[in-house]
Design a protein around this ligand. Structure first.
Ligand SMILES: *Cc1c(COP(=O)(O)O)cnc(C)c1O
Length: 289
């Protein structure tokens, strides 16, 4: 595991930015899910024999949990509401990867209640233990900042549950110098939903990240021409493949707030590229290659 992930300098649309490559942590266990689940990888759980979780049939968290279970020699049971016929008949992306790792999938059953030898993981890894790995991310950023004499840094990452952004901002509170402000944008719900998520994990609003939004409403997982366009352009201009669910919206939101770009800015690449196997063919069918 390459946990101290590299920071690269990239140029995009006339801006120079830093990019934290958490997508390169490990070929299978990467991005913010690796950070969130690192606690479970690092510590011993002699009683645990199985991970139980739930969520969508294409989620990055599901795939990462299948990798974690494999690394630990645990079973992995995952509950979904629904698997699309096409996906069931043609497994690909995160779904195929997780099945190949031995995931047992259950459609439409209730989520079993906690018992002793089972590790329960909330949807998307939204839980307290995530703080452990995200603190390490904060420490890597602080060390890099000091090495490069960057006194003040803006950090941007797109949010789903908001867990990563929240714990990252929290880890910086009380650090003094160098200084950092975490900015994020909602991808799954709206800003009100994201704020609620933050409040469930941390009551003190001074420790919350700043939320940036786009004017237009956005539905998670739907196809938008603007998202596809910026994803292609990112690849052309930076040579980096980003995720198709969160990053396009994240970049569009960030670029529409030039005031955030007046200070040195670090964008966090949170992985999720395996999920593109399902999104990319849909985009290509709709808008061409
Ligand atoms: C899970 C995920 C997110 C959202 O992370 P949260 O901690 O739930 O906000 C963003 N980007 C990628 C690539 C992800 O896999």
């Amino acid at each position: 595991m390459n946990l101290n992930s590299p920071v690269e300098t990239i140029s995009f649309e006339g801006h120079t930015l830093f990019l934290k490559r958490d997508d390169l942590i490990h070929p299978d266990f990467s991005g913010n899910k690796a950070r969130k689940f690192y606690y479970f990888l690092q510590n011993d759980f002699p009683d645990v024999k199985k991970i139980v979780s739930y969520g969508s049939a294409q989620s990055n968290a599901m795939y990462s949990l299948s990798v974690l279970a494999k690394m630990k020699g645990w079973e992995f049971e995952y509950t979904v509401d629904h698997v699309a016929d096409y996906l069931r008949d043609n497994p690909h992306g995160n779904y195929k990867g997780a099945l190949d790792n031995g995931m047992h999938i259950f459609v439409g059953r209730g989520v079993p209640s906690p018992i002793k030898d089972v590790l329960h993981i909330e949807e998307g890894g939204r839980q307290k233990e995530a703080e452990y790995g995200i603190r390490l991310l904060a420490k890597e950023i602080i060390d890099w900042q000091k090495e490069n004499n960057i006194e003040e840094l803006n950090i941007f990452l797109p949010s789903g549950t908001g867990t990563t952004a929240l714990f990252l901002q929290k880890a910086f509170v009380g650090e003094g110098t160098p200084r950092h402000t975490v900015f994020t944008s909602p991808c799954v719900g709206d800003a009100v939903y994201l704020k609620k998520q933050f409040l469930e994990l941390e009551k003190d609003e001074k420790q919350h990240p700043a939320i940036l939004t786009l004017e237009k409403k956005h539905h998670f997982g739907k196809l938008y021409k603007e998202n596809y366009k910026i994803w292609l352009k990112l690849q052309q201009e930076t040579g980096v493949v980003f995720d198709l669910l969160y990053d396009p919206l994240g970049w569009r939101t960030l670029l529409s707030h030039p005031e955030v770009l007046t200070k040195p800015i670090l964008y966090i690449h949170q992985g999720g590229v395996l999920g593109n196997e399902s999104m990319l063919p849909r985009y290509e069918r709709k808008y061409g290659v």
